[in-house]
Design a protein around this ligand. Structure first.
Ligand SMILES: [Zn+2]
Length: 327
């Protein structure tokens, strides 16, 4: 039995702001709790959308959009239910870090979680076993965090069920980010995406920028995207704000480019820039001496730069760049 208890009803009409309260006994609070902010808005019979941000604690577009939505969306605006959790991994969000400072667990690698596990595993288990089953459509925001930066895109995955994949692609296109990505994961095991898709739900995720902050443009994309997905699901009235979203694909593992040594990153191609196969996209200079040739990283395939390493220093094994293919 999961120990998390909502402080508000999950199935009542009206608008309720509260928390998911997770008991967390520790040195500075014997009977303390982790209080994860939650808003539930309900009005009549209709579909349920689950909107989540802060799966990683250093990604900000989702939390911004969901704070605004929780503030301005009223029951009369909707048909059905909207469950809003801006800070999925709340301890990580509070610390401004990707993984939780309590247990060092990466929320998006620990699904379906454990009811008797660590703090992060318990939160994951509650979402997997209680909130996701209530939902028809799930939107989970991501951005690059402190170490990556992305072209702003909504994304869907290739799925075995063609009808489910088509429904996810339609919702991704409704989101209306400047780019829409058929996304390949380095490691899909333990991801929120995977457990939601395995339950047959319509799932949209995003990568909306990065570097450990948001911009005015990325925040606008995040806010209009949530409203568009709610309209697409038939929950929110009004017309979808159509955009000329451009489709991208990640056809193979060779889209990913990794650093083969530590050093000083010298980018040779920026986000959105087209590159040819074999074209140098970055150099890694030694961080400890002059007079030594850099390692040159070349494009594995033609395409455009969809993601890049953000900090100026790289470590061996870091993801340096992702090249996606316009379709
Ligand atoms: Zn993330």
């Amino acid at each position: 039995m999961n120990p998390i208890r909502p402080t508000i009803p999950l199935d009542a009409p009206g608008k309720h702001h509260g928390f998911l309260r997770l008991p967390y006994s520790r040195n500075d609070s014997a009977w303390g709790s982790v209080m994860i902010p939650l808003t539930v808005i309900g009005n009549g019979d209709g579909p349920t959308a689950l909107l989540t941000g802060g799966n990683h604690g250093d990604e900000y577009e989702g939390p911004i959009a969901l704070q605004q939505l929780a503030w301005e969306l009223e029951p009369d605006d909707i048909t059905g239910r909207v469950i809003i959790a801006p800070y999925l991994n709340y301890p990580a969000f509070k610390a401004g870090t990707r993984v939780s400072p309590i247990d060092q667990v990466n929320m998006n690698r620990c699904f379906p979680g454990r009811p008797d596990g660590t703090v992060t595993q318990k939160i994951a288990h509650f979402f997997d076993s209680v909130l996701v089953p209530m939902a028809d459509v799930v939107l989970d925001y991501h951005s690059g965090g402190k170490t990556l930066d992305f072209l702003p895109y909504a994304a869907a995955h290739y799925l075995d069920d063609a009808d489910q994949q088509a429904a996810c692609v339609a919702a991704m296109q409704a989101f209306g980010a400047p780019w829409s990505m058929m996304m390949r994961e380095i490691d899909a095991v333990g991801m929120f995406d995977t457990v939601v898709e395995e339950k047959g739900k319509v799932f949209v995720t995003t990568e909306l920028g990065g570097g450990g902050t948001a911009t005015a443009a990325s925040a606008r994309i995040a806010i209009s995207g949530a409203k568009n997905v709610l309209r697409h699901a038939g929950i929110l009235g009004g017309e979808i704000e159509r955009s000329d979203s451009r489709m991208l694909d990640m056809p193979g593992d060779d889209c990913f480019h990794f650093a083969t040594r530590d050093g000083l990153l010298h980018p040779l191609a920026d986000l959105g820039e087209p590159v040819a196969e074999g074209q140098p996209i970055a150099r890694i200079w030694p961080a400890d001496r002059t007079g030594v040739a850099p390692v040159e990283v070349v494009a594995n395939r033609a395409g455009l730069i969809a993601a890049r390493h953000f900090p100026g220093l790289v470590q061996t094994g870091d993801c340096l760049a992702v090249i996606a293919v316009p379709t």
